[in-house]
Design a protein around this ligand. Sequence first.
Ligand code: BGC
Length: 770
Amino acid sequence: MKSGFRRISQVLLATCAMAAVSSALAEAGRASPQPGAMSDTDVADKVDTLLAKMTDEEKAGQLSQYFYFSQFPPLAQKVDKEIAAGRAGAVLFTTDPKLVNRAQKIAVEQTRLKIPLLFGFDVIHGFHTIFPAPLGMAASWDPAMVEQAQSVAAAEARAVGMHWTFAPMVDITLDPRWGRIFEGAGEDPYLGAAMAAAQVRGFQGRHIGAPGHIIAGPKHFAGYGAAMGGRDYDEAEISENQLHNLYLPPFKAAIDAGAGNIMSAYMALNGVPATADHWLLTDVLRRQWGFKGWVVSDSGAVNSLVTHGVASDGAEAALKAIKAGTNMEMIPPGQNANMVSLPAAIAAGKLSRTELDAMVRPILAAKFRMGLFENPYVDEAKAKTVFDDPKHALAARITAERSAVLLRNEGNLLPLDHAKLKSIAVIGPLADSARDLMGSWVFPMNSPSGKSVLAGLREKLGTKVAVAYAEGVQIPQRVNPSPFGTLDGTNKKREPIDETAGVAQAVAIARQSDVAVLVLGESQDMSGEMASRATFELPGRQRELLDAVVATGKPVVLLLTSVRPLTIFDSKAAAILDLWYPGSQGADAAVNLLFGDAVPGGKLPISWLRSASQAPMTYARLPSHAPADAFKRYQEGSNEPAWPFGFGLSYTTFRYSDLKVTTPKVAPGHSVTVTVNLENSGKRTGDEVAQLYLHQKVGGSSRPVRQLKGFQRVTLKPSEKRALRFTITPADLSYWSDITKEQVQDESAFDVWIGGDSLASLAGTFEVAK
Ligand code: BGC
């Protein structure tokens, strides 16, 4: 798979337009090679020398990570004491360089061995410059760009003193009810693996400790995306078949890309809480995959081994976690460390010193590799210069533009013609909100800045076009307030508006305008952690607002901000453009897309379900007894999604032809090459994501009706043709078998399709046989 991703990046970079974009982004992301990685033996020697000097208590101290909120002085003081006593190896959630240095000073000046702290933070989709929601970035199908986006995020985070991010989140999910679908790459393991590897490379650079980069911690290992009913934290029951073929591949790709850390999941996987799962954390992660970094528990997940009922107290929880392979406990505010009990476990003969040392080693190694013993402090003046680099904003805008997915464009309503437009009505509760464009993993401590779509349109259109605005209706506040809302003020009570009058006002301004642009969807706190939903209806009275404006007969453009497949396919809006949560440059990106200064080229990384009751669903289902939709459809309607996985329109059109399998018969272990011609058959330059799908016809196991096994995003001018070449590797042709309990490659005939979405019809066949 890895070589496939490299191939994709090369193809991407080969196109002229992309090369220009990429070089700007590469510079912005400081993606140039960074020499100077410490050798493994050098690191091991340093770690051993230090370990030899450490007491059991000091070793156990390295295994604790504390939340350190400067806003809550009593909490900070408590953590200061733990640091001074050598009982903290890492902290998280302090991003003010002054406080970083203050806490670090305690560690390196007041503790006996002067071991510096690691500082971690959730840098999920940008730090100060906010990139689109990771699901949106996955919709770009552009791993090279996503790598560069995360290297910009890393540069900004490193500039405030961070060493480590709890990202990328690489959980596959087939269930958009789950709020954390926001953070992942969607439903497909091949696309998910490409995005996982790209993000690790972006965060970490060439090696752990590369200047301007931070350690990546893929999460949540493993299976969190299968939480029952899409309810956060609930258990996941996943067959071995699904675990190996669907949920684990993105983690494997992240580890192969060199991720230095990994986070264990909260929930129980097949009855065993992930943080105490020896099979997962030791057999698979370390023995099979060769992971050399450290495992951090999700916040409070060691303690919750007691809640899960697999440990009777904190000491037993720590022992179970450590024996399973969890190195570090992330300790939520208000809880006490459990790892401090490990020296007593050694004294009682329940844990050997060798076992304890093995868990401390990778944490110390990370500190050496990051250069913290020589240079523990951050330059407090640096952040502003890094944040203000105009290339960062440029990277975020391009990423937002390339992530957007055009779902409908009847009568080629988009792009709007700037020269002809006299008036525009901008409508909706999200139209004048900069914060909602940014999505959920953004806090005041990120110091983000951005503007709303309304402000972006006013800036673009100046006085030549009349811009009228109506909020229309409000998005109701959540019944269960977001836990993060207290941090950024989102939970503050708002004054209600008269929504009936609001809809009437929206209708009135639409009637007086050439076109209505509605910005609807979910507010930023409606996805992310603790943000699941049981319906995909537009929240509140937004649908009523949309229908009322459509009923005016004016052309309607619907801009969506959300990560869920909201139930809007049955609305009569002429154009629908999904922005996901586009980030701090999202308004400019939206305006560029509306007026054709950017052309949508993103494709869905999820099946766009018709309603929440279809969840979970994937395009890559197994063949069934009754293949036709008609035989198994719900009584109320189709079991097909509204828009298929991989779908997305452009302002131009593309034609595929001449699919040729250049190697129609190969022996197992050999690659297959498939070529296809792609032509821009429309009138504008645009991007197409050519997708290759496979189906294994006969073998030991029933295999999905089709599965993504290759993609290339290419830019073509009008009438330009390109011959695309895909190499299908033996890895692409193999799968994990529940019969042999290992990765196998069957002898079989295969169908192959290439096209612009998962319903691609241009087909070929080939055979793998001895
Ligand atoms: C989340 C993690 C996150 C951690 C620290 C947890 O509640 O599940 O994804 O990294 O908090 O913020």
